[in-house]
Design a protein around this ligand. Structure first.
Ligand SMILES: Cc1ncc(COP(=O)(O)O)c(C=O)c1O
Length: 396
């Protein structure tokens, strides 16, 4: 059966990581894989997570199944975190939530739900988008197309081109949007732009599918949820895929949730039954460990306060590094404008240099980033910033 298989190259990002690990040079800098790193270059377990995990281990009475919708108390806590406790969607009966294995699980489950409702649906994603969006969405059998998004000339969003393209979509086309901290570019819409986009989505009867993988790592927990809250207050149907991997640092625990807003409470009940059936056919039941940790943190005031402080420290470190990178790059290469890095949000930025220049950074200076020049800002450190900036100056 498998005789005809050919070896597929591993993900570019995984190859990059392997090359970084194999590089013996002490000056090496890893700006590749998208995990948060502290000033020592480590991705530690948060103290709030450790405390909740200890409690979990002491108190857990059973390892029996949790059910296809996952940990229901986790789902409720996530609704409050994502929407805010006072959001109209919460008490409306129109919102249904299913725990998923990570944000990836939520994206895939959402795509499967759309396929079941309307198999001909096309999902439109930004140019560029996160490399795992196409396989997750198209893997469900839905067609994928692209809308204009990033403007390399400004490091911002090509908003009028984006609006122009979305204006031409047929009703009920699905538009995948990064709620905040756009991956891979770091370029987000302003609140005013989100409002204009909402009007277009309403007018054209489009269905937004919001992907929120970085709540709290851009401007703040509330600020980063602006688009989700706005869209779900004003539209009949919205899907929201949420990941706890980055903001709780529970990457390998595979913790996420899919929220689906429906036109009516009756439709919501039917949607939930479909979601549960779909989940049964894919992973059957999601893993509980990470979800229970997140539930314990969000449901306990001291844990939650500690988590908010730890998340705030991660966010501030990223913002500080962004400002410092702009200053160092200005010093090392005054002929080129990198100020957009300071205007962007979240863990990633595109440096906007060529593939040859990226490869020269790797081979000559031991600085590792993906070929499209995406940089994980959290991979930088105060002490290696001047080295990084000088290396960039030498290749451009
Ligand atoms: C844009 C985006 N969406 C979703 C995810 C989902 O992550 P996970 O499945 O690890 O929770 C990520 C992770 O890198 C991401 O960058």
């Amino acid at each position: 059966m498998f005789e005809r298989f050919e070896v597929i190259n591993p993900d570019a990002i995984l190859m990059l990581l392997a090359a970084y690990r194999a590089d013996p040079d002490p000056r090496k800098v890893d700006l590749g894989i998208g995990v948060y790193k502290d000033e020592r270059g480590a991705t530690p377990v948060l103290e709030s997570v450790r405390r909740a995990e200890r409690e979990l281990i002491d108190a857990q009475a059973t390892k029996s199944y949790v059910g296809a919708a996952g940990n229901l108390d986790f789902n409720r806590e996530m609704e409050q975190l994502v929407f805010g406790a006072a959001h109209a969607a919460l008490g409306s009966g129109r919102l249904k939530s299913v725990q998923t294995p990570g944000g990836c699980g939520a994206l895939r489950l959402g795509a499967e739900l759309i396929r079941r409702a309307a198999p001909e649906t096309i999902v439109y994603v930004s140019t560029p988008t996160w490399a795992n969006h196409p396989p997750l969405i198209a893997g469900s059998g839905l067609k994928l197309e692209y809308y204009p998004y990033f403007d390399p000339a400004t490091g911002g969003v090509q908003f009028s081109a984006m609006m122009g393209a979305l204006e031409r979509l047929p009703p009920r086309a699905v538009v995948l949007l990064h709620a905040s901290c756009h991956n891979p570019t770091g370029a987000d819409l302003s609140q005013q732009e989100w409002r204009a986009l909402l009007e277009l989505v309403k007018r054209r009867s489009l269905v937004p599918f919001l992907d929120m993988a970085y709540q709290g790592l851009g401007e703040g927990v509330e600020e980063d949820a602006f688009a989700v809250r706005l869209f779900c207050a004003e539209l009949p149907e919205v899907l929201v895929a949420v990941s706890c991997s980055k903001n709780f640092g529970v990457y390998r625990e595979r913790t996420g949730v899919l929220h689906v807003l429906n036109d009516s409470a009756k439709a919501a009940d039917a949607t939930l039954s479909q979601l549960v059936r779909l989940a049964r056919g894919i992973w059957s039941m999601p893993p509980d460990h990470g979800a229970e940790i997140v539930r314990l943190i969000l449901g306990d005031a001291p844990h939650r306060e500690l988590w908010a402080r730890e998340l705030g420290a991660m966010r501030e470190r990223i913002q500080t590094l962004r400002r410092a990178a702009v200053a160092e790059l200005r010093r090392a290469c005054p002929q080129r404008d990198f100020s957009f890095i300071g205007r962007q949000r979240g863990m990633f930025s595109f440096l906007g240099i060529s593939t040859e220049q990226v490869r020269a950074l790797r081979s000559e200076h031991h600085v590792y980033m993906t070929d499209d020049s995406r940089v994980n800002i959290a991979g930088l450190r105060e002490e290696n910033l001047p080295y990084f900036a000088r290396a960039v100056a030498q290749v451009i």
